[in-house]
Design a protein around this ligand. Structure first.
Ligand SMILES: [Zn+2]
Length: 424
């Protein structure tokens, strides 16, 4: 398969910037990593849903990214990701994005008429398969192959349709393709991943990154919940399958895994770093709302009007808990009994608000329920419009400091830089 003229670097970090004010502070984290010898390519991602909530247009993401790149003199590549698009939502992104996360999770399980012919085309999938890096040979029976193909083939075909739609409308301008299947109920096994990759290669998609659903829960804004040892085994099996499929199906040489809702998953960063170190593989880690929470922390740290606004956002989010949580039900776990009453929060000094919200699990005042509620509470800030944006500008210094610190110290260091002097 031809490799795309636009190549995603080995390590890349998806950064979400809901209100388009933090691109420079985010890029500063990548600049710091680069100055320590590790290049992590920033990819600004924003989904159609976020654009609809904020009432922004995809072009604004590119404008903010370009301004940041100019301001910091960033010499490496950067990209703008049309996050979780499908045929219904992709069109508004065609001009300004050069990275497309093709989401086909909703197509999993739909019926394809080509299951038998797919199985006939791929006898290699039912032969015992020694995948370097996986202890036991993969043994897929014909029965299993048919069952897995029946589950995923239509989704792969849908990815092909979306990919070709983008390619046709880009008039030759290159782009990076990611396929995502993470927003579904069951994680994909290594055997499923291999069959999915064979099917995506049949669609002639020059796939550079794939976001499967991993085992465990990837709740928004908080740490991984699940069996870390099991995650580590699955992650390294997935890396082995990817390396094998690249050769077998001539997928692009830089094809790698993408970890969605990857922000704040502190307990799996060590395992990810070890697996990458062992195999030399790359990874894309997508973060989004973690930056918006740092905006709130910066506002609270600023005190005065900033703190008052942060408290108002909490109060409104508290009273709209159900409506705010509903679209995110699969990716948050809020225990309402653990949320402080708004009247209580009203009396908090800066430090208390910051301690409850900042993702420092070692701090006894950290409250993961409050953090998740505020994570989905960005809609409240969106309805404040200019009042919120004005406060972001007035409190720029503490906000930028927190945004950069969070991405650099809590994300880039443990993922990519532990050996270069970062935190363990
Ligand atoms: Zn995702």
């Amino acid at each position: 398969m031809e490799s795309s003229p636009l190549e995603l670097g080995k390590f890349s970090l998806g950064v979400g910037d809901r209100f388009a004010h933090q691109a420079k502070a985010q890029l500063e984290a990548c600049r710091k990593a680069a100055s320590l010898g590790v290049t992590v390519i920033p990819v600004w991602n924003k989904s159609n849903r976020e654009h609809n909530v904020i009432r922004s247009e995809p072009a604004s993401v590119r404008v903010a990214a370009e301004q940041a790149v100019r301001a910091l003199g960033w010499k490496h590549p950067y990209h703008v990701d049309a996050d979780h698009i499908n045929l219904d939502s992709v069109n508004r992104f065609l001009d300004s994005s050069d990275f497309f996360t093709v989401d086909v999770a909703a197509a999993i399980g739909r019926e394809s008429g080509r299951v038998e012919s797919f199985a006939a085309k791929h006898p290699e999938l039912v032969a015992p398969l020694c995948v370097p890096g996986i202890g036991e040979p993969l043994r897929i029976t014909r029965q299993e192959l048919l069952k897995i193909a029946a589950k995923y083939l239509y989704a792969a075909e849908e990815a092909g349709r979306i990919y070709r739609h983008i390619a046709e409308h880009r008039d030759g301008r290159p782009f990076i393709t990611e396929v995502s299947m993470d927003e579904t109920d069951t994680p994909q096994t290594p055997a499923e991943l291999l069959i999915i990759l064979a099917a995506l290669a049949d669609e002639r998609i020059p796939l550079q990154t794939l976001a499967p659903k991993f085992t465990g829960r990837f709740n928004k804004g908080v740490d991984y919940v699940g069996d870390v040892g099991r995650f580590e085994r699955e992650f390294s099996d997935d890396l082995a399958v990817i390396a094998h499929a690249k050769q077998q199906y001539r997928l692009p040489e830089n094809l790698k895994l993408s970890v969605h809702s990857g922000s704040d998953k502190f307990s799996i960063y060590g395992p990810i770093r070890r697996a990458l170190g062992k195999t030399g593989a790359g990874v894309h880690v997508k973060t989004a709302g973690t930056t918006w929470l740092e905006e709130l922390i910066g506002l609270a740290e600023a005190g005065g009007e900033g703190l008052r606004l942060a408290k108002e956002i909490y109060r409104e989010a508290y009273f709209h808990l159900d409506a705010l949580s509903e679209p995110y039900a699969a990716v948050i776990d809020i225990d309402p009994d653990c949320l402080p009453l708004p009247l209580e929060v009203e009396c908090w000094p800066s430090e208390q608000y910051v301690a409850a919200l900042r993702h420092d699990p070692s701090n006894p005042s950290f409250n993961r329920d409050l953090r998740q509620l505020l994570h989905v509470g960005y809609k409240i800030a969106a309805t404040m419009g200019a009042r919120y944006l004005k406060m972001l500008e007035e409190c720029e210094e503490p906000i930028a400091r927190n945004v950069t610190y969070n991405l650099f110290e809590r994300h880039l260091c443990p993922l990519f830089l532990a050996d270069a002097g970062g935190v363990q």
